[in-house]
Design a protein around this ligand. Structure first.
Ligand code: HEM
Ligand code: HEM
Length: 162
């Protein structure tokens, strides 16, 4: 497979839509947390709009991530940045892989907990939250470091299709 010069419009759109949906999940995760606590106590959960939204948005993330991975396999992605050191390039790879794994594992464990009644899946789901936040912070620091320290305009790769 030839290496493309940049990300496609679909790949870029998916990156930003998924990022926004994940932010939504992180900010508004409380509602489903409350509903889940009622389930654990044997009560009928009070399902407000935000609790339903958590499930709907989570399933949407799963479907969009599967689409994104299929595009990655079919079309490929641009070669890794040449700027930075071998260590930072390796770190970027690890963070990207970690983000992909969490984008899959979060909805899967959420579904297993909610619809399968698997309590340990909910525990894993909750434990992954700080890890997700850590990887997003590292990812954004990396993007800003490229932009303002290395000044290589790497951010443009996630703005303009190539
Ligand atoms: C929840 C939030 C986010 C997630 C889950 C996420 C995930 C990812 C992943 C997995 C990649 C690798 C793409 C691939 O090779 O398939 C990537 C690339 C990229 N992301 Fe994000 N991202 C998020 C937010 C952001 C933000 C806020 C920025 C900007 C400040 C950003 C800037 C970039 C850039 C510039 C690339 C391209 C890096 C390169 O081509 O080497 N991302 N993102
Ligand atoms: C990208 C997808 C998802 C993300 C980022 C995400 C994130 C979160 C966050 C931040 C919380 C709050 C944890 C806390 O109490 O601090 C949460 C709780 C929860 N989510 Fe998700 N979620 C996703 C998908 C799903 C899906 C598809 C379901 C399926 C129904 C689900 C079910 C739950 C349940 C049951 C809880 C309560 C678990 C507990 O508090 O132990 N999630 N999620």
């Amino acid at each position: 497979m030839a290496t493309p010069k940049g990300y496609s419009l679909a790949q870029i759109s998916l990156h930003w839509i998924i990022a926004a949906l994940i932010l939504f999940q992180l900010v508004f995760g409380d509602a489903i947390g409350g509903a889940w606590r009622s389930v654990r106590q044997g009560a009928v959960p009070e399902m407000g709009a935000m609790a339903w939204a958590h499930i709907g948005v989570g399933v949407t993330v799963l479907l969009l991530v599967l689409w994104r991975i299929s595009l990655r396999m079919a079309r490929g992605v641009p070669a890794e940045a040449v700027t930075g050191t071998a260590l930072t390039r390796f770190a970027a790879k690890v963070v990207h892989l970690g983000l992909y794994l969490l984008m899959l594992a979060l909805p899967i464990t959420g579904l297993a907990a909610w619809f399968g009644g698997i309590t340990s899946a909910a525990d894993v789901h909750e434990l992954m939250k700080p890890l997700l936040i850590l990887l997003i912070v590292l990812h954004v620091i990396g993007a800003l470091w490229h932009q303002f320290v290395l000044k290589d305009n790497l951010l443009a790769r996630m703005k303009r299709p190539g």
